[in-house]
Design a protein around this ligand. Sequence first.
Ligand SMILES: Cc1ncc(COP(=O)(O)O)c(C=O)c1O
Length: 370
Amino acid sequence: MNTISISRRRFAQLLGAGAAAAVVRPTLSFAGSPEQVASSQVVRLSANENPYGPSPKALKAMSDAFDLASRYPDEHNNVLIDKLAKINGVNHDQILLGDGSNEILKLCADTFTGKEKGKLIAADPTFEAILNQAGVNGAEVVKVPLTRSFSHDLPEMLAAANQGLIYICNPNNPTASITPKNEVREFITKTPRETTILVDEAYFHYADAPDYETVIPLVKDHSNLIVARTFSKIYGMAGLRCGYCIAQRETIEQLRPHQMWDSVNILALAAASASLDDPAQVPNGRRLNGVARAFVTGELDTMGYKSIPSQANFIMFDCKRPVVPLIQALKQRNVQVGRLFPTLPNYMRLTIGKRSEMESFLAAFRQVAV
Ligand SMILES: Cc1ncc(COP(=O)(O)O)c(C=O)c1O
């Protein structure tokens, strides 16, 4: 039996048989409703998760970390932060870990938006979590429509800026499109220092367009820039919850007081840290995603449905009719796809799963889209 099997067995012994089944062959039954428990056939293409899961190194590291479950994460935070600092060419004190990058987004909203602090400016459509949080904080939320090529309209966003926070999601969820690197660079240079910029790079590892780049190298010259990353996507750890941000030390110290102590659990820390030691995880994830994405976009194209060029592990395509009835009809056939994005009512967001899952989607879509 290889090491991973041993880890899984140990996991099973510690958590019980139900959890073991979830590890060996993940289904929705672990947290699902009775209907979901009854149906392990659900094809879940709704949340931009990674169908291949965490690195084998991460699974082993979690198993090994069970002995630490009774300890607070303390110094284990530092191990991960040190690795991330080295990889990204920044100092240890320029990184803050979060309980998923959602916690980072919440910290940014809490620190920089509100009645007194300022408004949130975001694209429309974009990933909504931070909009909701800014709204909870009583902040004005300004939505700036994407351009015709589905990139952020940075001049419009800049024109609306006045303290507060500007959220740039690049690649953007739900459109999977990028905002070109020269435009982002110019925008960051022009934005007044009183306005904070959060660039969410959750899908960074999937983007390979020559026109795309990370803005982490710009942090050193811009005290108002924060870059968010996650282990939920290419590292396959959405259920474990680990993300982080990179900014100048003073900015990190502004965010930190808003955070709960020990918000990242020890298994997530162990898995994240081990994932970074696996040289195969990122290239494999990127390659498998690229192949399945090319397959499904090709098939849809042949059927006459055009996709927005995708730089992520999901696509958005024009279904040429209101998407809501299609979402519901697919659900009845056990295929879950993305929700409605009101400004693009005829577009479906579809996560790229394994080839077999894309085949299931296509079979169901062919039935419902007649
Ligand atoms: C653009 C973007 N940012 C952040 C998140 C949150 O990810 P997590 O909290 O799992 O790191 C998501 C999740 O889908 C996302 O699409």
